[in-house]
Design a protein around this ligand. Sequence first.
Ligand SMILES: [Zn+2]
Length: 103
Amino acid sequence: MEELQKLNKRISNDKSFRSWMLRRLEGYIEYRVRERGIEVRYIGQKCTNQRCSRWGTTLKQNQKNQYFECQDCGYEVDSNYNAAKNIGMEVIFSGQMSRSRDG
Ligand SMILES: [Zn+2]
């Protein structure tokens, strides 16, 4: 989790890294979806839009149209980016969990 927090800080502070990361996330998600047949929709679009990708707080008030503003920690980011990050994290974590089960 510490690594994730460092990554989050880096993403928040670096715009070019942010767009690079978003592209990588999108590519990674697509790859995972094809590989495992995961339905991205299935993860829950509504939740990912309202959940803070920094600390995971889900609040209805968090999303303001195309802009995400966390009412809990004050994290401000493009809402598409926030949702992509949430979906990406879920795919990555679910992938890690099933991998460790496989041994
Ligand atoms: Zn937050």
